[in-house]
Ligand binder design. Structure first.
Ligand SMILES: C[S@@+](CC[C@H](N)C(=O)[O-])C[C@H]1O[C@@H](n2cnc3c(N)ncnc32)[C@H](O)[C@@H]1O
Length: 444
């Protein structure tokens, strides 16, 4: 297995401001809502992503539990909230994800942004695209015909109007001509961000991020060129790199991490919901097809996401007793859903075990999960993950509860229902599980 070399650490000085355990408990028992707080870090809003957590959450744990130069890791980094906050605080950031869009966002936000903060000539770029659109429409049409395989082509035809396709191909071809990889990554992120929005961006989809997207014929899609121009301007205006340290981004499965053991000082992460409640690929496909991915390949990739609903060819692991009981309980109501849940907990067992392996002794893993209700049964995800975490060798410190801000986080479809049952109320909660790897090192 490829192992990524992370910098060697110097031993830390003894801590003066209370013990590590006290600070960790204080955070977990404190107010984790962060409502009404705005992050000064503008990079977070560059691109929509389902179930991002508020930047203040990783920020609080990173600020309290690490020191400058420490290594902060998110094995399922999504839109890189943890990494951006780590870097802004002068910590080294490491992130992995299985999702190609997440990797591209990470590259653009963390690596490219530094390099491109000066010297972007957005107007010239847009002018070149406009010229190609007016002078070479046939060339663009031909490029469009050659770009996709048959299945991807029908996906694109179904979701994007013909004139939208022409503007998108003109934009992406111009982006692909950019030689500087950092600049190209930044423009690619801007391109993707005009497609993936809550409303479906320049596509004919509605509710792209919230539910199963549906095609609407009465929607007049915005012009990609105009949207791109606006976004570019906004991103450039706010471009002020706040990071002061290194970051490493890797496309990897959290079930088998390419990192050495005892190499990480803090993990702050949020795994997918159980039972495929948010289908990342469903929304990301809309952008990834333009970035060179075929629909079949993306379906293949989707199988590797934690919490997927396929139940064949899966290695089901033995579960600790409470978790096993929950699986049985659900299986009695719906055998297939029971298997899907068993798959989820098996994959989370491997992921938590990997987190435990890569953490340094005495260090914390903060795992944020939402409630999951399947077939009307609250599957008690926080109790099960706590039990699994303990089974793979973590010490459980405390589980904090945070009330979700309905308007902020893109959540599964059920969320929008107006219903005041107990379960429905709990759907607005999220759990912040605090684990610690046993052992002490460097005065922790
Ligand atoms: C809840 S999101 C993380 C959101 C992130 N905390 C943020 O603020 O943007 C969960 C992430 O887990 C990733 N994921 C799913 N299965 C994975 C796997 N097997 N390995 C690594 N990442 C995975 C998804 O691609 C998604 O980006």
């Amino acid at each position: 297995m490829l192992q990524v070399e992370l910098p060697l650490k110097l031993p830390r000085a003894d801590e003066e401001d209370g013990s590590y355990a006290d600070r960790m408990l204080g955070l977990l028992q404190g107010d984790l809502g962060f409502h009404g707080q705005k992050s000064p870090n503008i990079f977070h809003s560059w691109h929509a992503f389902p179930a991002k957590f508020p930047p203040q959450l990783p920020h609080a744990f990173i600020a309290e539990l690490t020191q400058p130069g420490d290594i902060v890791f998110d094995p399922m980094m999504g839109s890189c909230t943890t990494l951006l906050e780590a870097v802004a605080l002068g910590r080294a950031a490491v992130g992995t994800d299985i999702d190609p869009l997440s990797i591209r966002l990470g590259q653009a936000k963390l690596i490219a942004a530094r390099a491109v903060s000066a010297g972007i000539r957005g107007h010239e770029f847009l002018e070149r695209v406009r010229q190609r659109l007016s002078q070479q429409p046939e060339t663009l049409q031909k490029a469009l015909e050659k770009r996709f395989d048959e299945k991807t082509r029908s996906f694109v035809d179904y979701w994007f109007a013909p004139h939208t396709q022409l503007e998108l191909i003109a934009l992406i071809r111009e982006i692909e001509r950019i030689e500087d990889p950092a600049l190209r990554a930044f423009f690619t992120l801007t391109f993707s961000s005009i497609i993936i929005t809550k409303s479906g961006g320049v596509s004919m989809a509605r509710d792209l991020a919230h539910t199963r997207p549906h095609r609407v014929t009465d929607k007049v899609p915005n012009s990609p060129l105009e949207e791109f121009g606006k976004r570019l301007q906004k991103n450039l205006k706010n471009m002020k790199w706040q990071g002061r340290s290194e970051s490493t981004i890797l496309e990897a499965n959290s079930r088998k991490l390419p990192l050495g053991e005892n190499s990480i000082d803090l993990i702050v992460t949020s795994p997918p919901y159980a039972s495929n409640a948010i289908d990342y690929m469903r929304a990301h496909k809309f952008s990834l097809v333009w970035l060179g991915y075929a629909v079949d390949h993306l379906s293949q990739l989707r199988r590797g996401y934690i919490g997927g609903d396929a139940t064949t060819g899966i290695e089901y692991l033995p579960m600790p007793s409470y978790t096993q009981k929950m699986i049985h309980h659900l299986s009695a109501a719906d055998a297939k859903k029971g298997k899907v849940l068993h798959r989820y907990y098996s994959e989370m067992t491997e992921s938590l075990s990997e987190m435990q392996r890569v953490l340094r002794p005495g260090c914390a893993a903060i795992v944020v999960v939402g409630t999951s209700v399947i077939r009307g049964i609250d599957i008690q995800i926080h109790h099960c993950l706590r039990e699994i975490g303990e089974a793979v060798g973590f010490e459980h410190v405390h589980t904090g509860v945070r009330q979700l801000d309905r308007d902020k986080r893109m959540m599964p479809a059920r969320w929008n229902r107006k219903n005041n049952t107990g379960i429905e109320a709990r759907m607005h909660e999220e759990y912040v599980i605090g684990f610690r790897k046993p052992g002490t090192e460097d005065g922790r």
